[in-house]
Ligand binder design. Structure first.
Ligand SMILES: [Zn+2]
Length: 196
């Protein structure tokens, strides 16, 4: 039985940020950097994902101590959020003293920390940045577009690229000549319960 295959087959490329256990928030981020097998239906999935991420960030603000309102949210708070997400990461990032530093496929386990993959964070910030403005935020006040956030993401990319022996630079999204693949493999999801 592999009826769930079509949903799961992309798991190696679609990283899921799981923020479940502690306070019941879940966030998932599709890796924007890798080529997606189904770019035709990616638009509604993107919209759904964006809405979920936005709700998750709202939850995060609500649970923040001291409480934090969106209007007072700065780039520094966004960085705090990204670091908070790291504890749920599943991407091994080797430290420079690890013998596997720079190895894309280490032959053995090592005690290096798990982090959120750069591609997940980058895609997440892109969605939250768009959501902020769609929800009435002013572009010039967009904390997700703050310089500090851009610099942080660049730093994470460089660090992970070296630690994992992966070049993110080359991995530009390849557009295969769009042949007509079965259109719309993914059904449009119904609106979440309670959406008005
Ligand atoms: Zn290691």
């Amino acid at each position: 039985m592999d009826s769930i295959r079509e949903m799961d087959s992309s798991n190696s490329e679609n990283a899921t940020l799981n923020v479940g256990n502690n306070n019941g928030i879940t966030i998932s981020a599709a890796l924007g950097s890798s080529s997606s097998p189904s770019s035709s239906s990616s638009s509604s999935r993107y919209e759904n994902q964006k809405r979920r991420d936005w709700n998750t960030f709202g939850q995060y603000l609500k649970n923040h101590r001291p409480p934090l309102s969106l209007s007072r949210c700065s780039g520094a708070h966004v960085l705090e959020f990204l670091r908070y997400l790291d504890q749920f990461g599943k991407t091994k990032v080797h430290t420079p003293i690890c013998p596997f530093y720079g190895h894309p496929n280490p032959p053995a386990p090592c005690p290096c920390p798990l982090r959120q993959a750069w591609g997940s964070l980058d895609a997440l910030i892109g969605r939250l940045r768009a959501a902020f403005e769609e929800n009435g935020g002013k572009p010039e006040a967009n904390p997700f577009g703050a310089r500090a956030v851009r610099l942080y993401l660049r730093e994470v990319r460089d660090l992970q690229s070296k630690a994992r022996g992966i070049s993110y630079e080359k991995k530009k999204r390849k557009r295969p000549p769009t042949q007509q693949q079965q259109h719309q493999q993914f059904p449009t999801l119904p609106p979440p319960p309670g959406a008005s």
